[in-house]
Design a binder for this molecule. Structure first.
Ligand SMILES: [Zn+2]
Length: 412
Protein backbone atom coordinates (compact mmCIF):
# COMPACT_ATOMS: atom_id res chain seq x y z
CA UNK A 1 0.00 0.00 0.00
CA UNK A 2 1.27 3.45 -0.88
CA UNK A 3 2.07 5.69 2.06
CA UNK A 4 -0.60 8.19 0.97
CA UNK A 5 -3.28 5.46 0.82
CA UNK A 6 -2.23 4.18 4.20
CA UNK A 7 -2.76 7.59 5.80
CA UNK A 8 -6.07 7.95 4.00
CA UNK A 9 -7.14 4.61 5.46
CA UNK A 10 -6.17 5.72 8.96
CA UNK A 11 -8.12 8.95 8.61
CA UNK A 12 -11.09 7.05 7.23
CA UNK A 13 -10.94 4.52 10.07
CA UNK A 14 -10.86 7.26 12.70
CA UNK A 15 -13.83 8.89 11.02
CA UNK A 16 -15.83 5.64 10.91
CA UNK A 17 -14.85 4.86 14.51
CA UNK A 18 -16.10 8.21 15.79
CA UNK A 19 -19.15 8.04 13.57
CA UNK A 20 -20.20 4.76 15.19
CA UNK A 21 -19.38 5.78 18.72
CA UNK A 22 -21.17 9.12 18.84
CA UNK A 23 -23.35 7.47 21.49
CA UNK A 24 -21.01 6.89 24.39
CA UNK A 25 -21.70 4.42 27.17
CA UNK A 26 -22.40 6.07 30.52
CA UNK A 27 -20.87 4.19 33.43
CA UNK A 28 -22.86 3.60 36.61
CA UNK A 29 -21.75 2.26 39.98
CA UNK A 30 -24.15 -0.69 39.88
CA UNK A 31 -24.33 -2.12 36.35
CA UNK A 32 -27.47 -4.03 35.38
CA UNK A 33 -27.62 -6.81 32.82
CA UNK A 34 -30.06 -5.57 30.18
CA UNK A 35 -29.44 -8.22 27.55
CA UNK A 36 -32.63 -9.39 25.91
CA UNK A 37 -34.63 -12.01 27.80
CA UNK A 38 -37.51 -14.21 26.76
CA UNK A 39 -41.05 -13.05 27.46
CA UNK A 40 -44.16 -15.21 27.80
CA UNK A 41 -46.75 -14.00 25.34
CA UNK A 42 -50.32 -14.22 26.58
CA UNK A 43 -52.64 -16.31 24.48
CA UNK A 44 -55.13 -13.91 22.91
CA UNK A 45 -58.57 -15.48 23.30
CA UNK A 46 -62.13 -15.23 24.49
CA UNK A 47 -62.81 -17.42 27.53
CA UNK A 48 -66.29 -18.36 28.70
CA UNK A 49 -68.67 -20.62 30.57
CA UNK A 50 -72.00 -21.26 28.88
CA UNK A 51 -73.62 -22.72 32.01
CA UNK A 52 -73.23 -19.48 33.97
CA UNK A 53 -73.22 -17.34 30.83
CA UNK A 54 -70.09 -15.32 31.68
CA UNK A 55 -67.35 -14.50 29.18
CA UNK A 56 -64.01 -12.65 29.27
CA UNK A 57 -61.44 -11.65 26.67
CA UNK A 58 -58.01 -10.12 26.25
CA UNK A 59 -58.39 -9.45 22.54
CA UNK A 60 -57.45 -5.76 22.56
CA UNK A 61 -54.27 -3.68 22.88
CA UNK A 62 -53.17 -3.14 26.46
CA UNK A 63 -54.96 -6.28 27.71
CA UNK A 64 -53.50 -8.60 30.34
CA UNK A 65 -55.41 -11.80 31.11
CA UNK A 66 -53.60 -15.15 31.22
CA UNK A 67 -56.51 -17.40 32.17
CA UNK A 68 -60.15 -17.43 33.26
CA UNK A 69 -61.73 -20.03 35.54
CA UNK A 70 -65.13 -20.75 37.06
CA UNK A 71 -65.05 -21.06 40.85
CA UNK A 72 -68.82 -21.49 41.41
CA UNK A 73 -72.08 -20.21 39.89
CA UNK A 74 -71.49 -16.65 41.06
CA UNK A 75 -67.68 -16.49 41.14
CA UNK A 76 -64.99 -16.51 38.46
CA UNK A 77 -61.24 -16.21 38.72
CA UNK A 78 -58.91 -14.18 36.49
CA UNK A 79 -55.34 -15.47 36.15
CA UNK A 80 -52.82 -12.63 35.86
CA UNK A 81 -49.14 -13.24 35.07
CA UNK A 82 -46.20 -10.94 34.25
CA UNK A 83 -44.33 -11.00 30.93
CA UNK A 84 -41.31 -12.53 32.68
CA UNK A 85 -39.55 -12.58 36.05
CA UNK A 86 -37.84 -11.21 38.08
CA UNK A 87 -40.05 -8.15 37.93
CA UNK A 88 -41.27 -5.38 40.24
CA UNK A 89 -44.58 -5.67 42.05
CA UNK A 90 -46.68 -3.98 39.40
CA UNK A 91 -49.46 -6.53 38.95
CA UNK A 92 -51.17 -5.03 35.93
CA UNK A 93 -54.39 -6.60 34.62
CA UNK A 94 -56.83 -5.58 31.93
CA UNK A 95 -59.68 -7.59 30.44
CA UNK A 96 -63.21 -7.23 29.15
CA UNK A 97 -66.09 -9.18 30.60
CA UNK A 98 -69.77 -9.68 29.75
CA UNK A 99 -72.67 -12.05 30.43
CA UNK A 100 -75.81 -13.37 28.76
CA UNK A 101 -78.00 -11.98 31.51
CA UNK A 102 -77.57 -8.98 33.74
CA UNK A 103 -76.31 -10.00 37.20
CA UNK A 104 -73.76 -9.46 39.95
CA UNK A 105 -70.69 -11.69 40.03
CA UNK A 106 -67.55 -11.99 42.11
CA UNK A 107 -64.16 -11.91 40.39
CA UNK A 108 -61.14 -13.32 42.21
CA UNK A 109 -57.67 -12.18 41.15
CA UNK A 110 -54.94 -14.79 40.91
CA UNK A 111 -51.41 -13.36 40.91
CA UNK A 112 -48.25 -15.48 41.01
CA UNK A 113 -46.72 -16.33 44.38
CA UNK A 114 -44.89 -13.35 45.84
CA UNK A 115 -46.90 -10.66 44.03
CA UNK A 116 -49.53 -8.53 45.70
CA UNK A 117 -52.55 -6.71 44.39
CA UNK A 118 -51.59 -3.10 43.60
CA UNK A 119 -54.10 -1.23 41.45
CA UNK A 120 -57.73 -0.37 42.32
CA UNK A 121 -59.84 -1.52 39.32
CA UNK A 122 -61.02 1.09 36.81
CA UNK A 123 -64.21 0.22 34.94
CA UNK A 124 -65.43 1.37 31.56
CA UNK A 125 -68.45 0.44 29.42
CA UNK A 126 -68.65 0.96 25.66
CA UNK A 127 -70.17 4.43 26.03
CA UNK A 128 -68.86 5.59 29.39
CA UNK A 129 -65.55 6.97 30.61
CA UNK A 130 -63.28 5.26 33.15
CA UNK A 131 -64.50 5.11 36.73
CA UNK A 132 -62.86 3.72 39.81
CA UNK A 133 -64.73 0.74 41.27
CA UNK A 134 -66.24 1.93 44.60
CA UNK A 135 -64.67 0.61 47.78
CA UNK A 136 -67.79 -1.37 48.78
CA UNK A 137 -67.17 -3.56 45.71
CA UNK A 138 -63.58 -4.40 46.72
CA UNK A 139 -62.71 -7.30 49.02
CA UNK A 140 -59.26 -7.81 50.42
CA UNK A 141 -58.49 -10.64 52.80
CA UNK A 142 -54.83 -11.31 53.60
CA UNK A 143 -53.23 -11.71 50.19
CA UNK A 144 -56.51 -12.48 48.41
CA UNK A 145 -58.24 -9.81 46.35
CA UNK A 146 -61.68 -9.96 44.74
CA UNK A 147 -64.33 -7.61 43.44
CA UNK A 148 -68.08 -7.59 42.97
CA UNK A 149 -69.16 -6.42 39.53
CA UNK A 150 -72.44 -5.97 37.67
CA UNK A 151 -72.16 -7.66 34.31
CA UNK A 152 -74.50 -7.72 31.32
CA UNK A 153 -74.49 -8.03 27.53
CA UNK A 154 -72.93 -4.56 27.49
CA UNK A 155 -69.18 -5.27 27.79
CA UNK A 156 -67.26 -3.93 30.80
CA UNK A 157 -63.52 -3.27 30.64
CA UNK A 158 -61.85 -3.99 33.97
CA UNK A 159 -58.35 -2.55 34.10
CA UNK A 160 -55.63 -1.84 36.67
CA UNK A 161 -55.37 1.67 35.23
CA UNK A 162 -57.05 3.52 32.36
CA UNK A 163 -55.96 1.98 29.04
CA UNK A 164 -53.84 4.28 26.87
CA UNK A 165 -52.45 2.32 23.90
CA UNK A 166 -49.83 3.42 21.38
CA UNK A 167 -52.67 4.32 18.98
CA UNK A 168 -54.41 6.42 21.66
CA UNK A 169 -51.09 8.15 22.31
CA UNK A 170 -50.59 8.94 18.62
CA UNK A 171 -54.11 10.34 18.32
CA UNK A 172 -53.47 12.52 21.37
CA UNK A 173 -50.13 14.05 20.29
CA UNK A 174 -51.31 14.61 16.74
CA UNK A 175 -54.23 16.54 18.22
CA UNK A 176 -52.14 18.76 20.54
CA UNK A 177 -49.64 19.69 17.85
CA UNK A 178 -52.17 20.43 15.10
CA UNK A 179 -51.62 23.90 13.58
CA UNK A 180 -48.36 24.39 15.48
CA UNK A 181 -45.66 24.75 12.82
CA UNK A 182 -42.95 25.08 15.49
CA UNK A 183 -43.54 21.47 16.57
CA UNK A 184 -41.70 19.03 14.31
CA UNK A 185 -43.07 15.50 14.60
CA UNK A 186 -40.45 12.91 13.70
CA UNK A 187 -39.72 9.25 14.20
CA UNK A 188 -36.53 8.19 15.94
CA UNK A 189 -36.98 4.63 14.74
CA UNK A 190 -38.89 1.50 15.66
CA UNK A 191 -39.33 -0.62 18.77
CA UNK A 192 -38.24 -4.26 18.84
CA UNK A 193 -41.62 -5.31 17.38
CA UNK A 194 -41.69 -2.51 14.82
CA UNK A 195 -43.85 0.08 16.58
CA UNK A 196 -43.05 3.74 15.96
CA UNK A 197 -40.91 5.72 18.42
CA UNK A 198 -42.09 9.31 17.94
CA UNK A 199 -40.45 12.55 19.04
CA UNK A 200 -41.83 16.08 19.09
CA UNK A 201 -38.98 18.50 18.39
CA UNK A 202 -40.21 21.87 19.65
CA UNK A 203 -38.58 25.32 19.23
CA UNK A 204 -39.40 28.78 17.89
CA UNK A 205 -37.04 30.50 15.46
CA UNK A 206 -33.73 28.74 15.04
CA UNK A 207 -32.76 25.63 16.98
CA UNK A 208 -29.12 26.62 16.79
CA UNK A 209 -27.39 26.75 20.20
CA UNK A 210 -30.67 26.52 22.10
CA UNK A 211 -30.33 24.65 25.42
CA UNK A 212 -32.32 21.40 25.34
CA UNK A 213 -34.99 20.07 27.70
CA UNK A 214 -35.86 16.37 27.27
CA UNK A 215 -39.24 14.92 28.28
CA UNK A 216 -39.58 11.14 28.56
CA UNK A 217 -42.47 8.90 29.58
CA UNK A 218 -43.98 5.41 29.48
CA UNK A 219 -40.88 3.36 29.90
CA UNK A 220 -43.09 1.38 32.29
CA UNK A 221 -46.42 0.48 30.65
CA UNK A 222 -48.95 0.63 33.53
CA UNK A 223 -47.68 3.99 34.75
CA UNK A 224 -50.37 6.10 33.10
CA UNK A 225 -50.76 8.59 35.95
CA UNK A 226 -47.25 9.84 35.14
CA UNK A 227 -48.32 10.00 31.51
CA UNK A 228 -51.40 12.08 32.46
CA UNK A 229 -49.05 14.61 34.08
CA UNK A 230 -46.85 14.49 30.97
CA UNK A 231 -49.86 15.24 28.75
CA UNK A 232 -50.78 18.31 30.77
CA UNK A 233 -47.13 19.39 31.00
CA UNK A 234 -46.70 19.27 27.23
CA UNK A 235 -50.08 20.90 26.57
CA UNK A 236 -49.04 23.79 28.84
CA UNK A 237 -45.78 24.30 26.93
CA UNK A 238 -47.74 24.37 23.67
CA UNK A 239 -50.24 27.04 24.74
CA UNK A 240 -49.98 30.41 23.04
CA UNK A 241 -48.92 33.07 25.56
CA UNK A 242 -45.95 35.27 26.48
CA UNK A 243 -44.41 32.71 28.80
CA UNK A 244 -44.38 29.84 26.28
CA UNK A 245 -43.27 32.21 23.55
CA UNK A 246 -40.28 33.42 25.59
CA UNK A 247 -39.48 29.89 26.67
CA UNK A 248 -39.57 28.35 23.19
CA UNK A 249 -37.54 31.21 21.74
CA UNK A 250 -34.82 30.41 24.23
CA UNK A 251 -35.07 26.61 24.62
CA UNK A 252 -35.64 23.54 22.51
CA UNK A 253 -37.80 20.70 23.86
CA UNK A 254 -37.42 17.09 22.73
CA UNK A 255 -40.56 15.28 23.88
CA UNK A 256 -40.78 11.49 23.58
CA UNK A 257 -44.43 10.57 24.32
CA UNK A 258 -43.99 6.77 24.37
CA UNK A 259 -40.70 4.98 24.98
CA UNK A 260 -42.01 1.44 25.32
CA UNK A 261 -44.89 1.05 22.85
CA UNK A 262 -44.54 -2.76 22.67
CA UNK A 263 -44.84 -3.10 26.44
CA UNK A 264 -47.84 -0.76 26.43
CA UNK A 265 -49.77 -2.62 23.73
CA UNK A 266 -48.82 -6.07 25.07
CA UNK A 267 -50.16 -5.15 28.50
CA UNK A 268 -46.81 -5.66 30.21
CA UNK A 269 -46.26 -5.12 33.93
CA UNK A 270 -42.96 -3.30 33.38
CA UNK A 271 -40.65 -4.55 30.62
CA UNK A 272 -40.30 -4.07 26.87
CA UNK A 273 -40.64 -6.85 24.27
CA UNK A 274 -37.01 -7.74 25.01
CA UNK A 275 -38.10 -8.65 28.55
CA UNK A 276 -36.03 -5.80 30.01
CA UNK A 277 -36.72 -2.78 32.22
CA UNK A 278 -35.72 -0.01 29.80
CA UNK A 279 -35.09 2.33 32.73
CA UNK A 280 -32.06 0.23 33.65
CA UNK A 281 -30.60 0.38 30.15
CA UNK A 282 -29.27 3.97 30.10
CA UNK A 283 -25.68 2.80 30.20
CA UNK A 284 -24.87 0.55 27.27
CA UNK A 285 -28.14 0.83 25.30
CA UNK A 286 -28.75 -2.84 24.67
CA UNK A 287 -32.44 -2.29 23.96
CA UNK A 288 -33.48 -0.63 20.67
CA UNK A 289 -35.89 1.82 22.30
CA UNK A 290 -33.31 3.38 24.66
CA UNK A 291 -30.53 3.19 22.08
CA UNK A 292 -32.47 5.12 19.46
CA UNK A 293 -33.92 7.70 21.83
CA UNK A 294 -30.54 8.38 23.51
CA UNK A 295 -28.84 8.52 20.14
CA UNK A 296 -31.42 10.99 18.81
CA UNK A 297 -30.96 13.31 21.80
CA UNK A 298 -27.15 13.24 21.56
CA UNK A 299 -27.09 13.78 17.79
CA UNK A 300 -29.69 16.57 17.92
CA UNK A 301 -27.64 18.38 20.58
CA UNK A 302 -24.41 17.95 18.66
CA UNK A 303 -25.89 19.10 15.36
CA UNK A 304 -27.49 22.26 16.74
CA UNK A 305 -24.63 22.93 19.20
CA UNK A 306 -27.18 22.94 22.02
CA UNK A 307 -26.46 21.83 25.56
CA UNK A 308 -28.71 19.25 27.22
CA UNK A 309 -29.72 21.00 30.45
CA UNK A 310 -32.71 19.17 31.90
CA UNK A 311 -34.33 15.75 31.55
CA UNK A 312 -37.70 14.90 33.10
CA UNK A 313 -38.85 11.28 33.01
CA UNK A 314 -42.53 10.81 33.94
CA UNK A 315 -43.48 7.64 35.90
CA UNK A 316 -45.94 6.40 38.52
CA UNK A 317 -45.50 4.79 41.90
CA UNK A 318 -47.47 4.43 45.15
CA UNK A 319 -47.33 8.17 45.89
CA UNK A 320 -46.28 11.48 44.31
CA UNK A 321 -42.50 11.85 44.55
CA UNK A 322 -39.64 13.52 42.70
CA UNK A 323 -36.52 11.36 42.53
CA UNK A 324 -33.59 13.73 42.13
CA UNK A 325 -29.81 13.45 41.98
CA UNK A 326 -27.80 14.50 45.02
CA UNK A 327 -25.12 15.99 42.78
CA UNK A 328 -26.39 19.31 41.48
CA UNK A 329 -23.95 22.15 42.21
CA UNK A 330 -21.72 21.07 39.32
CA UNK A 331 -24.56 20.69 36.79
CA UNK A 332 -25.47 23.27 34.15
CA UNK A 333 -28.51 24.26 36.25
CA UNK A 334 -27.20 24.13 39.83
CA UNK A 335 -30.17 25.96 41.40
CA UNK A 336 -33.02 24.63 39.29
CA UNK A 337 -34.35 21.97 41.64
CA UNK A 338 -34.55 24.23 44.72
CA UNK A 339 -36.17 27.07 42.77
CA UNK A 340 -38.64 24.76 41.07
CA UNK A 341 -39.75 22.98 44.22
CA UNK A 342 -40.12 26.28 46.06
CA UNK A 343 -42.29 27.65 43.25
CA UNK A 344 -44.44 24.51 43.20
CA UNK A 345 -45.26 24.84 46.90
CA UNK A 346 -46.28 28.47 46.37
CA UNK A 347 -48.39 27.78 43.30
CA UNK A 348 -50.11 24.46 44.04
CA UNK A 349 -52.67 24.80 46.87
CA UNK A 350 -52.10 22.53 49.91
CA UNK A 351 -49.03 21.03 48.37
CA UNK A 352 -45.75 19.90 49.89
CA UNK A 353 -43.01 18.60 47.59
CA UNK A 354 -41.98 15.03 48.33
CA UNK A 355 -38.38 14.71 47.20
CA UNK A 356 -36.14 11.65 47.41
CA UNK A 357 -32.55 12.47 46.45
CA UNK A 358 -30.13 9.72 45.50
CA UNK A 359 -26.97 8.98 43.57
CA UNK A 360 -28.45 7.15 40.54
CA UNK A 361 -26.21 4.14 41.08
CA UNK A 362 -28.27 2.07 38.61
CA UNK A 363 -28.51 3.00 34.89
CA UNK A 364 -31.71 5.08 35.03
CA UNK A 365 -32.46 8.03 32.75
CA UNK A 366 -31.97 10.66 35.49
CA UNK A 367 -28.45 9.33 36.02
CA UNK A 368 -27.82 9.39 32.27
CA UNK A 369 -28.64 13.11 32.18
CA UNK A 370 -26.31 13.73 35.12
CA UNK A 371 -23.32 11.50 34.42
CA UNK A 372 -23.54 11.63 30.63
CA UNK A 373 -24.40 15.31 30.15
CA UNK A 374 -23.92 17.16 33.43
CA UNK A 375 -27.60 18.00 33.18
CA UNK A 376 -30.34 17.92 35.81
CA UNK A 377 -32.21 14.62 35.66
CA UNK A 378 -35.46 14.08 37.56
CA UNK A 379 -37.81 11.11 37.75
CA UNK A 380 -41.22 12.73 38.04
CA UNK A 381 -43.47 10.21 39.80
CA UNK A 382 -47.23 10.49 40.23
CA UNK A 383 -49.10 8.26 42.68
CA UNK A 384 -51.17 5.40 41.24
CA UNK A 385 -54.29 6.77 42.90
CA UNK A 386 -53.62 10.52 42.82
CA UNK A 387 -56.95 12.13 41.82
CA UNK A 388 -56.94 12.73 38.07
CA UNK A 389 -57.87 16.45 38.48
CA UNK A 390 -54.96 16.92 40.84
CA UNK A 391 -52.60 15.32 38.29
CA UNK A 392 -53.73 17.85 35.68
CA UNK A 393 -53.09 20.71 38.08
CA UNK A 394 -49.61 19.33 38.87
CA UNK A 395 -48.77 18.84 35.21
CA UNK A 396 -49.81 22.40 34.38
CA UNK A 397 -48.11 24.16 37.31
CA UNK A 398 -44.87 22.16 37.07
CA UNK A 399 -44.60 23.16 33.38
CA UNK A 400 -45.39 26.84 34.04
CA UNK A 401 -42.89 27.14 36.89
CA UNK A 402 -40.20 25.30 34.91
CA UNK A 403 -40.66 27.73 32.01
CA UNK A 404 -40.60 30.77 34.34
CA UNK A 405 -37.33 29.66 35.96
CA UNK A 406 -35.61 28.62 32.74
CA UNK A 407 -36.50 31.77 30.80
CA UNK A 408 -34.87 33.79 33.61
CA UNK A 409 -31.77 31.57 33.74
CA UNK A 410 -28.65 32.23 31.71
CA UNK A 411 -26.95 29.07 30.52
CA UNK A 412 -23.20 29.26 30.11
ZN1 LIG B 1 -41.54 3.68 36.41
Amino acid sequence: MAKKDFFLLIILSVFVFYGCTSLKAVIFKTPIDTTTKRINNQLKKTYGFNDIGVFASNKFDGARLNGFEKVNDSTVKVIIRPENTPINNSAYYSFKIWSKEQKSIYIEFDYPEGFKHRYIPKIKKTDTSWEMLPSENLFKKDEEFSIKLNVSKDTSWVSAQEIVTSKDTEKWYKGVIANKPYVHLKSVGKSRLGRNLPVLDIYKGTKKEKPIVVLLTRQHPPEVTGFFAYQEFLKTILQENNLTNDFLNKYRVLAFPILNPDGVDLGHWRHNAGGVDTNRDWSKYRQPEVKQVASYVVKAAKKSKGKIVLGLDFHSTYKDVFYTNKIRKTTVLPNFIESWFEALEVNIPDYKVNEAAGNSNKPVSKGWFLYGHNAVGITYEIGDATPRDRIKQMGRVTAEEMMKILTKTNIN
